[in-house]
Write a protein that binds this ligand. Sequence first.
Ligand code: NAP
Length: 484
Amino acid sequence: MVSRVIPVEPFDLVIFGGTGDLARRKILPGLFRRFVAGQIEPEARIIGAARSELDDAGYRAFVGEAIADFGGNETRQKKKLKSFLDMLGYVTVDAKGDTGWEELAERVTDDRIRAFYFSVGPGLFGDLAKRLHKHGMADAQSRIVVEKPFGRDLESARDLNRGLAQHFDESQIYRIDHYLGKETVQNLMAVRFGNMLFEPLWNSQYVDHIQITVAETVGVGDRGGYYDKSGAMRDMVQNHMMQLLCLIAMEPPAKFDPDAVRDEKLKVIRALDPVEKDDLVRGQYEGDGTQPGYRNQVENRDSTTESFVALKLHISNWRWAGTPFYLRTGKRLRERASEIAVVFKDTPHSIFGPEAGNHRNILTIKLQPNEGIELGVTIKEPGPGGMRLVDVPLDMTFAEALGPEEADFPDAYERLIMDVIRGNQTLFMRGDEVEAAWAWTDPIIAGWQDRGDVPLAYTSGSSGPDDALMLMHRDGRRWREIKA
Ligand code: NAP
């Protein structure tokens, strides 16, 4: 099979924060790969904007280095790299002052799609929106892309939404959650709504429980300053994991269109019960002799910020009442692995007797490191000796099922930026969704703050605090092993 790449119309893309870490590691190398794939035409224009004093040539050199470091195999295409760098420009702009805005307005074109990527801290979102408007760049041709974190609670998220809404319509605002750009996450919708096989079973009558795990091996590293003010609940659960939960639990939208999908996601968030304190475990990693512990990597040596959280959720609606959802995420865990596991119930009666053991179907949607979907089915163990049952995976790892070329799909950022240019908001969070997610998260955080809870220590390289295991054990269930 040959990939079908449809080029997008030539566009102008301004990256505020064009000299920052995200631009260097993800946005610019991603754009280059889309250019090599033929999706971006040479007439497109990409303009970096930040306070640093650079000219076009200086920025091209900066981007060339970024691509050499993070561009992947495409870096070898020297001619393409030169053409790509020719499309780049740079304007020195201060989000909080007047520097550079006139020049920027002159550089972007009126009759094209103009996308403004806010790859800066959220404290600058309002300023950027205001100045884009003031300098005539907030018209119908314009779109803005905003990065996470989108607020740190309901109030701040509302403030951000209000600040953007003063100058841009909701249809022009693309709130990015790169988890939604992952191939498997979209495949989750294809599997659910493109097959007859799963949807009839996708409810509390047949599903025992659902587990969502996002495990990292790294610690906070040099992001300690940011992370310590955030923690796993704000950094992971409120956004990425909530989005995964929505896609797994939502009702079938009437069509695959942005508002139809986002309406259904919103209903899931609004149906979430408050979380009881006994259904929540917070942890903080300790050093292991070779690597420092959490408190040695942040300024506050008495920090009570969690680097791990596990929780049990209930969705109060007809489909899911009675089926718990278990979420866990953490840093410095045994393996880097993200997956969703839909664990089906036991068969109502085993005709093979107790010696056949317990067997369950588990549908696993793997997000990283290898994207793919695996369905565990029970079959007879081959050979003589009676009816022994064994669970085997029907593995649909994309690279194996589709061939390495087809499975070489764009990185989440590449896909999402192309969606911005095409004007497709399906994989972006709507303002009301983000606010609903904070409205559910805030009381959980307020609860542990009021109680003065201290996170439980866990060993680096483990699967988190023992209490997280108990969260499942006491329900007669267990977490799946964290493995890559
Ligand atoms: P960063 O490395 O600190 O870069 C910030 C960028 O903003 C720089 O280019 C900086 O350049 C520019 N900037 C700062 N103040 C400015 C001002 N007043 N006017 C114009 N430009 C200004 O941050 P980052 O890691 O790239 O992150 C950017 C955003 O993405 C943040 O909201 C972050 O939370 C989010 N994010 C980052 C990652 C990641 O992997 N890095 C992942 C997810 C989300 P000058 O100093 O030259 O102005």
